[in-house]
Design a protein around this ligand. Structure first.
Ligand code: ZN
Length: 704
């Protein structure tokens, strides 16, 4: 409590905030207008205490440290924190803010902000004094770097706002705000305000347009994404100038701009359900960032049109672009990925885009309370995101193939790249959405993992849920309640849309659990209460939106063939799904045939497939299964072939030219050349050899 009071003091004090916004805060929220929301708990990132908002989130993150994650996922989190965030030197990121000799074409200034937001998330998850100290030192250096008019930039004053400057400014502000939220130190907020104020003094209505000098190809999309931190500043200060500027940005989308004669029309396009390739802003990561900002503006204003547009936008991403691994884009651009994903793409699935998609889903989960967005995040987490992280967490992929090989990201500047700095921001939000609370004291569990959840009720009572599971390797999840006295609160368990047959019991008594929503257990909880959940982990055959390719999934996990488990061979194979069985060949029972023949037209629904878990010698492969296929050497002789497939995130995780993998399986698939080779040549611009992890990282890891 003393610590919390100190935090409040540093934040400018409750009285100071009341003076600034007047006494009407509490009453105004009832009328739905912007209001100041106070609370003692959770001043840290993501919480809504001390924020000027018009709508409360339906789902809010728990207090710092309330979620402990064990098992496979917890190990991945630890590796990411220790081998990437802690290990990353901040000096190269800061140097360019001091020397300002960076070519204006460079966007390396984004790295410090991305690192600082990841560090804040890491410290919120688990107290880490060394990392807290490192982040504080770095941010102190940042705010004391030479900054004319308070504007913190890698650019000289004469180059202000040119090319990537405003994109960089976004991450400067996000990093400072994240550190303010985490450390409660007001000087970070003030530094962010000074820097933003300079931008506001030079751009906006009657001044230079925001996109004036932005990269022309992006048609303003890059610069518009400053929306998010501008709204975050409004939420933390109540200063209406920020709100006005945010509304100016959004209004400018519908007006003729320097690079888009009819405007970029983001809201109108979303409302019309337009395919993403038809947007003026082609860059996936940049465009999704604009909608992240729009989510914040909805939170600040309560303008429902903004939320509806964000939902429609995300639905269009799912419909037109999302690949089976929960990833998007090719060459960083919208690409009709849902249809194109079965081919060998040149530069698919930028990690920055995966992370931004997850962050957008996280916004929608908070704002709507609809667990469909947690379904989407889980798919990205266990496939695209973890597949892009190297096994020791020290580095990330820039692009991730669905057919080919994995390759470490190239270095862009400051010994790092956009994607290496983005990846941790996607992984480290996991504790924020794994379990969340509702204004009515409900606890919603969105993601299952071995570990512990501490839920603090408004009446001061605290309850712990310990969770024993190997999910998603296994489908059984057991919660045990620990509480000093009986407590009443609704416990909401997310039942994923794919779990069509779920078993749920509370202290042995069955409860109905329908897929695609929460099941709510409203009762008095007592010490030792047990909840047993069994999700439907049957294998499923998924049909590609295009053509006749199929893929195999199990729970949230996409399976892949990997050259360590399945060598190329001269045969063609078909998946055996559903009720299809071998039958004796008429007139010659010595042979068997598989009937009926594949009927692609009727296979629009997922079909179940019999998967058998197996142990494989390579310990870097998390999960492997025998999958039933058939080959047909002679037209009437059909044989079953059980072929190993592993989880997509493990596939190709030797990160070498010889470790190849593929997800989509044509029907039939000729196995003689089933893996795309040398895809690294597509990933780099004229590279002579596949990328390697930079030496400073491998050297640092040697000491571990
Ligand atoms: Zn990137």
């Amino acid at each position: 409590m003393k610590k919390m009071k100190n935090r409040l003091r540093r934040c400018g004090t409750l009285h100071g905030m009341q003076r600034q916004f007047g006494p009407g805060g509490r009453s105004r929220i009832r009328s739905g207008c912007a209001a100041l929301v106070f609370g003692m708990a959770g001043l840290a990132a993501g919480a809504q205490s001390n924020r000027v908002v018009a709508v409360r989130d339906r789902l809010q993150p728990l207090a710092a440290g309330a979620v402990t994650i064990g098992g496979y996922l917890g190990n991945k989190m630890d590796l990411c924190i220790n081998n990437r965030i802690v290990l990353q030197p901040a000096a190269p990121f800061l140097r360019i803010f001091k020397t300002k000799n960076l070519d204006p074409g460079g966007y390396w200034g984004e790295f410090i902000g991305k690192w600082a937001t990841a560090a804040a998330l890491a410290c919120r998850y688990q107290s880490n004094p060394a990392l807290t100290g490192k982040a504080n030192t770095a941010m102190q250096e940042l705010i004391h770097a030479p900054a004319e008019n308070g504007y913190i930039s890698t650019y000289n004053a004469s180059d202000a706002f040119k090319v990537w400057d405003i994109w960089i400014q976004k991450y400067v502000l996000l990093g400072l705000i994240a550190q303010y939220d985490e450390a409660g130190d007001l000087q970070y907020l003030r530094a962010a305000q000074r820097s933003a104020d300079y931008l506001l003094s030079k751009t906006g209505p009657g001044k230079m347009s925001l996109e004036e000098y932005g990269p022309p190809f992006h048609k303003g999309g890059v610069n518009f994404s400053i929306l998010e931190p501008i709204v975050l500043l409004y939420q933390r200060t109540g200063d209406k100038r920020y709100l006005k500027y945010a509304e100016y940005i959004v209004a400018s989308w519908s007006k003729p701009g320097k690079y888009a004669p009819k405007g970029v029309r983001l809201i109108e396009n979303a409302e019309a359900g337009l395919p993403l390739v038809q947007y003026e802003v082609h860059h996936a990561y940049a465009l999704m960032s604009n909608f992240e900002g729009l989510c914040e503006l909805y939170r600040a204003t309560g303008n429902k049109r903004y939320l509806d547009a964000c939902i429609k936008f995300a639905e269009a991403v799912e419909k037109y672009e999302l690949m089976i691994t929960g990833t998007v884009c090719n060459h960083e651009m919208w690409y009709n990925g849902a249809l194109a994903q079965t081919g060998v793409l040149e530069q698919p699935n930028e990690t920055c885009a995966t992370v931004t998609w997850m962050k957008l889903c996280y916004q929608l989960l908070r704002l709507t309370g609809n667990p469909r967005w947690a379904d989407a995040m889980e798919r990205s987490l266990y496939n695209g995101l973890l597949g892009a992280m190297m096994p020791r967490g020290e580095w990330w992929a820039y692009h991730s193939q669905l057919n080919g090989q994995r390759m470490p990201s190239r270095v862009q500047g400051c010994d790092i790249s956009c994607c290496v700095s983005s990846g941790p921001r996607g992984l480290l939000i996991t504790p924020e959405w794994m379990a969340m609370k509702m204004p009515n004291d409900a606890l919603a569990v969105n993601l299952y993992s071995a570990g512990k959840i501490t839920h603090q009720l408004k009446n001061g009572a605290s309850v712990q849920l310990t969770e024993a599971t190997t999910y998603p390797a296994g489908g059984n999840i057991r919660f045990t309640v620990q509480t000093q006295r009986p407590v009443t609160f609704p416990l909401q368990l997310r039942i994923p849309d794919w779990s069509k047959k779920t078993k749920l019991t509370v202290n042995g008594k069955p409860v109905t659990a329908a897929p695609g929503g929460y099941v709510t257990l409203h009762r008095v909880w007592e010490q030792g209460d047990r909840i047993e959940l069994e999700l439907d982990m049957r294998g499923r055959i998924v049909h590609a939106p295009s053509g006749t390719d199929q893929a195999v999934v199990r729970g949230p996990v996409v399976l892949a063939m990997d050259s360590r488990l399945v060598p190329e061979q001269d045969t063609a194979i078909w998946l055996i799904g559903g009720a299809r069985k071998f039958e004796p060949f008429p007139g010659n029972p010595k042979y068997r045939s598989l009937d009926p023949a594949h009927d692609f037209d009727s296979q629009k629904e997922d079909v179940y497939i019999d998967l058998r878990p197996v142990d494989v010698p390579d310990k870097n492969i998390w999960m492997a299964f025998e999958v039933p296929f058939t080959d047909r050497p002679i037209f009437h002789i059909h044989r079953e072939k059980r072929i190993l497939m592993c989880d997509y995130a493990s596939a190709g995780n030797q990160w070498s030219e010889t470790n190849l993998y593929r997800v989509w399986l044509p029907q039939p698939m000729y196995m003689g050349n089933m893996y795309a080779r040398n895809t690294w040549k597509l990933l780099g611009y004229g590279m002579k050899a596949p990328m390697k992890v930079p030496a400073y990282i491998t050297e640092a890891l040697k000491d571990k």
